[in-house]
Write a protein that binds this ligand. Sequence first.
Ligand code: 2IP
Ligand code: CA
Length: 396
Amino acid sequence: MADLLRLLLRVAEKAANVARVCRQEAPLFQLLVQEKTGEDKNKKFVQDFKTLADVVIQEMIRHDVGAQFPEMAGFIHGEESNKFENGLGESVTVTVCGTEEETAALLATVLDGDRTAASLLARAIHQDPATVDASTDGLTVPLSPSELGIWIDPIDATSQYIEGREELLEEGHLSPSGLHCALVLIGVYLRSTGEPVMGVINQPFNYKDPSGGGWRGKHFWGVSSGDVNICSLSRPKGGSERGRGLSVVLSSSEKPVVKESMTSLCGPEKLMYASGAGYKILCVIQGLADVYVLSEGSTFKWDSCAPHALLRALGGGVVELAKSLQNSPGAPDHQTELTYHQPYTECKGADRWANHGGLVAYRDCSQLRSILGALKVFIRGSRTGGRRLFDQGEKH
Ligand code: 2IP
Ligand code: CA
């Protein structure tokens, strides 16, 4: 299945192109940042352009993967539905057509006749990027398409993507917010067990070409299946391995009780905040943070599947926080690893696929244990804090 990996790298690059084009081309950018205005005839659509961009990317990936691997066609899932209603109240199903012209014509019906925007978008969708990652040459992956499913997040950290702040990055430091946090995430899981086995991450806005050529992207990939554990990045040296304290990345909207417990564990200077669920896991993959702790059920399968596969390839993983806190010490970590094949049937809509019990992303099992130990001690010492943290886990 190295062919699947190469295909995913290519479609992720195409997706990154679409994301860049939507910010670069004025007619698309205007739609992207436009706020809904009261009397606007197109108000339903204008409000939803970001969703259209997401749907277009998701459908493009679905189209390309389904064409090469028909066995996977019914198992390619994403955040968005491809049914749209335009400003005239007509329902349109967005798909990628056989030719650029046909796709442009279809998109124009959702864009209420805006042919310029529709053509620009269609051109980006039908462009084939030349990039192939030579590091995948000679790779053999012991998996077959009929046992796999896919989760797509066309653009994670959408709010950062729309806002578009260009942060200056310091070597070895994460980006708390801005365009760097926006990622294309494509994760592959085993239908039978839900284990994440392959992941591709594309960061469309990795650095700006100093000669004025605009933003350039960067991709990361990993495969973790049986004896094969390969990642495009090597395992970073960091954390306890280098004798320095543990560093933790959190969402800025994390609960105070978790912020406090992590501050007491690693000290305020090792506590960082960043936007984007996928980006925070990527920070752990890159060694910019040792762990990412999230106590809320605010992420979904499409946020975590791809980066989870990379962490597994590096010897780490992503566990469900609520389950891990209930586990007895010494129980194997793999029992609480997130899986990707089963919905919460008692929930509706996107919530069926939420990571309800929160999560901890880690590279090193001993660091995971330190985090869980610290959270347990803190919860025992603070009754209300404990109750608040467990609310999430008790729901399921
Ligand atoms: C979001 C996005 C948010 C994240 C949230 C995700 O996905 O990654 O940034 O919240 O969990 O579901 P936070 O930044 O607080 O971690 P999307 O942008 O695709 O809706
Ligand atoms: Ca997301």
